[in-house]
Design a protein around this ligand. Structure first.
Ligand SMILES: [Zn+2]
Length: 200
């Protein structure tokens, strides 16, 4: 397709189109919004991106992102060292923290095992996880991985690898969401909720 907006603008569109959830069409809309609001949107966004590029780093303990290493969560002395929550990506740490009910530590795997995509344990932070489970005062590892085939394959693999460390390994319950109506749930969720039932 021939460039129609000049190479600088086309480059901006091409880069924006690579963002998750955006394609060429949304990238074009985003570029136009930025270029129309150069002072109020483009300039502060550019400054924020430059700052993020300069300051954000990967935490060498948990694999999350922060401006300090170790990150704020790993450095927080008030959190429970005995609980370690394993998640797929940094976004899951943010989601758990939004919930506000987990006060332990995290371990970001950086992906999931996938036979289809050729992702093996060596591509994930599995060795670091085993090291933490062996070396520290961790009593329980909570596998908070997606309820997908790859998520469950990864959870079972990790449970096997963690077994010799003697730590207790648990998984998040699956079931009826808070405020959820049974009529709207898929059969798999209802079956899981039924299996995970508990005394009332
Ligand atoms: Zn950390």
């Amino acid at each position: 397709m021939a460039a129609s907006a000049g190479p600088e603008i086309e480059r901006l569109i091409a880069l924006l189109s690579k963002l998750p959830g955006l394609g060429p069409r949304s990238g074009r809309r985003a570029a136009l919004a930025l270029l129309k609001k150069r002072d109020t949107l483009l300039a502060p966004l550019t400054a924020a991106m430059v700052e993020a590029q300069a300051k954000v780093r990967t935490c060498s303990v948990c694999g999350s992102l922060d401006t300090s290493d170790p990150c704020a969560i790993c450095s927080d002395a008030t959190r429970d060292n005995r609980l370690l929550c394993v998640v797929e990506e940094v976004g899951s740490v943010w989601a758990m923290e939004r919930g506000g009910s987990f006060k332990g530590r995290y371990h970001v795997l950086g992906g999931l095992l996938s036979a289809l995509d050729g992702i093996g344990p060596e591509a994930l932070r599995v060795g670091e996880l085993l090291g933490r489970a062996n070396a520290s005062e961790i009593a329980e590892v909570i596998l908070a991985l997606p309820a997908t085939v790859d998520g469950q394959t990864t959870a079972h693999y990790l449970a096997d690898r963690l077994a010799p460390t003697g730590v207790s390994v648990t998984m998040l319950a699956r079931g009826v969401p808070v405020g959820g109506d049974l009529d709207w749930l898929d059969d798999g969720t209802i079956a899981q909720a039924l299996r995970a039932r508990r005394p009332a």
